[in-house]
Unconditional design. Structure first.
Length: 322
């Protein structure tokens, strides 16, 4: 074994796909909160399908991203990535228990696991996630945020120490923001996927519908505008999602959504003085949704207080977490 970038571990990969041969497989992306899993998923898919922010537990759902790379001869590789919530060890509320179930569920019946950590670091939470991984499934150590490492010379002994913790199939120091690094990761993943027909059409990017994506984009803007002021337990529920034809725009979507907070003070914080923050949030979300859906979007937002929802199993399920 070695610990060089892209170095091979103990598990042998399959040969490169032959022309006209189709490969397809399920790849789980796991790690503790805020190691860049959603940013990595978006980069691997080539389009934003998972929201990002600096707030812990931004991702709350199992989100499937699809990248298909044809070879021009009827074959090629279809990558089916599963982004998971960061595994939560500090809190035991119903929401967090549900999120952890999503992580464990994603690790069953996959062909490959991308175990994401920050390059040069390894915390107790990282160790707890690593303990969930099965030795019979190939696991890549994805040392993300390499661009933040100041002294690259210190990375080699860290990689050697990580090599001793687990029999990783590949060691990949990288930055999810560098296209070259992402392309190298895709090429390595392809060698570990089984030869079988593609599961999705070549132009599909995710198994999530537009209604789901609308709620996620609103939640992202909520977290980005409020920062650390608002607890991560705040949620967004899409109450209505309708579409109609438009002479001017071709297609028009109307969305009504409610932002759920736990306290009256949080409601005032989200609305802002004279409603300015809520308007700003709605404008940012609407513009991104128009770009994502390629149509005209009308977005109406409300804010509602529902205390204790994150520790209520029934409410957690009612808000779409399962």
């Amino acid at each position: 074994m070695n610990a060089t970038p892209g170095g091979r571990g103990t598990q042998a990969s399959a040969p490169a796909a032959a022309a006209g041969e189709q490969r397809c497989g399920l790849i789980a992306i796991v790690g503790r909160p805020n190691v860049g899993k959603s940013t990595l998923l978006n980069a691997l898919v080539g389009q934003k399908i998972s929201i990002t922010s600096r707030k812990v537990q931004t991702t709350r759902h199992r989100i499937t991203g699809i990248r298909t790379v044809p070879d021009g001869a009827g074959g090629g590789v279809q990558y089916v990535f599963v982004d998971t919530p960061g595994f939560q060890t500090r809190h035991t509320a119903a929401l967090n228990r549900t999120l952890n179930k999503a992580v464990l569920g994603a690790l069953s019946d996959v062909d490959l696991v991308l175990y994401v950590v920050e390059a040069g670091t390894f915390s107790l939470t990282d160790a707890k996630v690593l303990a969930l991984l099965k030795p019979d499934i190939p696991v890549f150590l994805v040392a993300n945020k390499l661009d933040r490492v100041r002294r690259r010379a210190e990375l080699a002994p860290w990689l050697q120490a990580m090599q001793e913790r687990f029999a990783f199939a590949e060691f990949i120091p990288m930055s999810a923001r560098r296209p070259g690094d992402v392309q190298r990761l895709l090429e390595l993943c392809a060698r570990y996927l089984p030869v079988q027909p593609w599961w999705y059409d070549a132009d599909e990017l995710t198994d999530r519908n537009e209604r789901f994506l609308a709620g996620e984009i609103v939640r992202e803007k909520l977290f980005r505008l409020t920062g650390d002021e608002l607890p991560y337990t705040s949620a967004v529920v899409v109450d209505a999602f309708t579409e109609e034809k438009s002479r001017e725009h071709g297609r028009m979507v109307r969305i009504a959504a409610t932002i759920i907070v736990e306290r009256a003070g949080h409601k005032a914080m989200v609305i802002g003085k004279d409603g300015e923050r809520l308007r700003q949030l709605g404008t940012q979300a609407r513009k991104e949704l128009e770009q994502l859906f390629n149509c005209k979007v009308y977005l109406r937002l409300w804010v509602d207080v529902r205390s204790g929802w994150a520790d209520d199993e029934a409410r957690v399920r009612g808000f779409g977490y399962s």
